[in-house]
Design a protein around this ligand. Structure first.
Ligand code: FAD
Length: 467
């Protein structure tokens, strides 16, 4: 029997397993191995005060089709739900102000909309309006950081108060470190075609034409009941054998089959497979690739990660929160909390008997913020949140801290080239595929696409081998 091994049971690995099943049918044996005791990786639904709550990723982009399509395939089409459409805010100078419309990852396309929000000082506004040409020939062929492009075009305030917090919300990373091409590929492409960055933003962010009176299409979605349902349903639909609580320690190819050493060092097991999808974060991926290609291992191993802690709280209902889905806090505000999400307000499908919200603490390079006990993090989040919404929050009825050490990859300039080089170094191994957030993008839909593509690659490799 042909066996495919998927290393890593996050959403990328599970999407790969399901795609392998679709391609290989019932005859293909599929094994998913994960070091954790549970599937899902960064997707984990937990409980707070007896209600479901996301302890990791919370929502997926629905403008890309993959997550909604996967939900449909595994019987969860009806469970896809969308946010209420409340605005989010930015905390600037200690006050919550609207996030300007017409921006792309915080990069402005509409100066008047930015001016209306009061996010920038008069000097910052004047500098933004005196936009310096940063597109066209001025954008080098290679990669740059988002921060360097934005600072040059619009000045420091736009970078610090708009772009850095928006990128921080997605990557827990810094605008001055993150690659433009890897984090905003459409903007990078448009910046080569336009002389002004604001024109590039408008070209990318142009809303799709819709009939008069038609409601705007939702941008985000989630699974009512929790993203862990998507994880479980995908695993079930894949028909894979699940081996949990077992780290894969080594990987090699003996010229015929893949050999994976799994489990305890004192009692290891060798699992053989005809094809492998490697869907783990960069560090374990690099370690496993050492037995296959030193060059690929090096290229993959340089990727850095940001760590963060999520403080989820349930408060009595009379803890009135602003009419917002949440807010982002620029690093220049000097606070530990970098974002807050008001789950009970944001998601209409939640009929919470308590007010459920979560704060995120920790940016890349600021790991020291996390050197606190859970109780200290909860107290800090509660205090900073209270200061920003302008009233002291009551003692939480329930509170939970989830720590994500090395949770989000930081794609620096040249990331795409490094991953392309790693794949090139592995091109002789047509039955090995790399998938997941370490390689192709952090968003859930992109991870699903990455898993599916890796499955297609190794299945084609298997078919070619048989041929
Ligand atoms: C706190 C947080 C919030 C986020 N919020 C969002 C959001 O709202 N929307 C969004 O689109 N994205 C969000 N993301 C990003 C997104 O969740 C992740 O990029 C995505 O889930 C990664 O999936 P993956 O399968 O590639 O990797 P992972 O989820 O990291 O899965 C990898 C799996 O590999 C396993 N593993 C590791 N080493 C080994 C080994 N040696 N042997 C066997 N198994 C191993 C791990 O246990 C893990 O289960 C968030 C991420 C974090 C950390």
């Amino acid at each position: 029997m042909t066996r495919a091994l998927v290393i890593g049971g996050g959403i990328s690995g599970l999407a790969a397993a399901l795609r392998l099943r679709e391609l290989g049918g019932p005859a293909l044996e599929i094994v998913v191995v994960d070091r954790a005791e549970h599937l899902g990786g960064k997707l984990r639904t937990g409980q707070i005060a007896d209600t479901p709550v996301e302890l990791g990723a919370e929502t997926f982009l629905v403008r890309r089709p993959e997550a909604v399509r996967l939900a449909g395939k595994v019987g969860l089409a009806e469970a896809v739900t969308h946010p209420a459409g409340l605005p989010a805010a930015l905390a600037v100078d200690g006050e919550l102000r609207p996030i300007p419309k017409g921006t792309l990852l915080g990069v402005p396309g509409d100066f008047d909309a930015v001016a209306e929000t009061g996010v920038l000082s008069p000097e910052g506004l004047a500098r933004m309006r005196a936009e310096e040409s940063a597109g066209g020939a001025l954008l080098p062929d290679g990669d740059v950081t988002v921060g360097s492009l934005v600072r040059r075009a619009f000045g420091d305030e736009v970078a610090d108060r708009l772009v850095d917090p928006l990128l921080g919300g997605v990557y827990a990373g810094r605008a001055d470190e993150l690659s433009l091409r890897a984090t905003a590929p459409a903007l990078a492409a448009a910046a080569r075609e336009h002389d002004r960055l604001s024109d590039a933003v408008r070209a990318v962010a142009a809303p799709a034409a819709k009939a008069p009176g038609e409601a705007p299409a939702p941008v985000f979605g989630t699974i009512a009941g929790g993203l862990s349902m998507l994880v479980e349903a995908t695993a079930l639909a894949s028909g894979a054998e699940l081996r949990l609580g077992l780290p894969v320690r080594e990987l090699s190819h003996d010229g015929e089959r893949w050999l994976a050493t799994i489990g305890d060092t004192r009692d290891p097991e060798i699992l053989t497979a005809d094809a492998v999808v490697l869907a783990v974060p960069a560090r374990p991926a690099s370690r496993l690739l050492e037995g296959v290609s030193a060059e690929a291992a090096t290229e993959v191993g340089v990727l850095e990660y940001a760590s963060m802690a999520l403080v989820t709280m349930a408060l009595e209902l009379d803890a009135e929160l602003p009419e917002l889905s949440g807010f982002l806090v620029p690093a220049t505000e000097g606070r530990a909390v970098k974002a807050a999400t008001f789950f009970s307000r944001k998601w209409p499908h939640r009929a919470d008997e308590l007010t459920v919200l979560r704060c995120s603490i920790g940016r890349h390079g600021q790991e020291a913020e996390l050197q606190r006990t859970d109780a200290q993090l909860i107290a800090l989040a509660r205090a900073e949140l209270g200061e920003l919404i302008g009233r002291e929050l009551p003692e939480p009825v329930d509170a939970h801290v989830t720590r994500w050490g090395g949770g989000l990859p930081q794609y620096g300039p040249g990331h795409e080239e490094r991953i392309a080089a790693a794949r090139e170094a592995l091109s002789g191994f047509s039955t090995l595929g790399l998938a997941g957030a370490a390689f192709d993008g952090v968003g859930i839909p992109v991870c699903i696409a990455s898993g599916e593509k890796a499955a297609e690659r190794v299945f084609a490799g298997l078919a070619a081998g048989r041929g």
